[in-house]
Design a protein around this ligand. Sequence first.
Ligand code: NAD
Length: 429
Amino acid sequence: MSRLSMIGAGYVGLTTGACLAHLGHHVTLVDVDKQRVEGLKAGRMPILEEGLAEMVAEGVDAGRLSFSVDATASVADAEFVFLCVPTPRGADGSADLRFVRDAARQIGPHLRADAVVVTKSTVPVGSAAAVATALGRPDIAVVSNPEFLREGTAIYDCMHPDRIVIGGLDADAARRVAALYADLDAPVVITDPASSETIKYAANAFLAMKVSYINSIANLCQRVGADVTDVIEGMSYDRRIGGDHLTPGPGWGGSCFPKDTSALIRLAEDHGYDFALLREVVAANEEQFEHVAARAMAAAGGVVAGAKIAVWGLTFKAGTDDLRDSPAIAVIRRLRARGARVAAYDPTRPDADDPALAGLGLELCDDPYSACQDATCLVLLTEWPEFAGADLAKAASSMASPALIDGRNLFDPAAARDAGFTYEGIGRR
Ligand code: NAD
């Protein structure tokens, strides 16, 4: 079993670190955020992720998982150092590698001669070379090992990956990284860094395209009188298509798809290729935010200054507390721009001062029903199970006009109508 240091204890570093400790490795999780590290030492999880607290506790109790703010000390005896730091969207749309470079520069001088640096952050083609330069250690192998976990099911995904992708020019280093996952039952793709880095972006862009495609089909269903739920069922039995990510909604978002599609378009441009298909996918997604906002306004009776619209759900999907680039927030921004007051409830009860909510002028409610009080429309934007089980009659009875836009096709239309709502889903009859 190996000694690992994970730089960055966020959604990726923390969950993969805990899983690698579960597999028997000795893992130190490093983060610059002192509060986060202190919280972890005290057993407090900084993110909502099913099974994470138990997995972390198991690693700590076994003496295989520890936390630190000191990257240089942590990497000194590590055989593998995983970079799990953010790669946000830069001003020009490309991936901003600042955090990756800073981390590499910091650890470079302190690495063991036989250490392997593993890039788990999502980074564009050419980043393996950029990391090697920032490390300043020509003797150290850099290996790309992109992460495919989904927030909300991250622990499950880490333990049951569809595949493990490893890109390295040093075949021995790539094999050593593959060996870390030997106990997992998954195909391993070993390739060069450029292909490995491309696989991650190609996969995310494809999934975003799939969602946008079904959103477009749903919008068409609405016009031609078809029901998208049946259309999806009929499509998904086709093994060439599959049912995953055929989920109509208010548009895709989250901490990965928006920045990764943008970075891929930019990467293509930088290499003289106009990725027109992906540009259209991004444009279609923006239109979907607009489409849902416009339907909510229409259902609310048009633009009446100060009219209140209730929103259920703020996180970018159910099962996570992540608000980054949430489609719910994109829709709310459009409602606010049209003069609506918005009262929202989300089961994760986000802080009003969360940066993702800054400047929205949102009224945050403590329960779903107070959000509905006197509202002219209710818009469901995140598919939390709590909403599926909500008392719709209670919600409808307190509203000024009980209109429901079901932005995730979560509710049974007949049950919603029986509860007193006028009901509209996305592409449903
Ligand atoms: P995150 O924001 O949740 O966590 C990143 C952590 O890194 C933060 O806690 C931050 O304080 C820390 N950090 C920043 N610089 C540091 C440094 N120099 N030293 C130590 N810690 C540092 O980010 P995330 O969602 O875990 O994403 C990390 C990377 O993984 C990104 O490139 C992302 O695209 C990729 N990724 C994310 C997901 C996902 O679902 N979130 C899935 C696959 C891949």
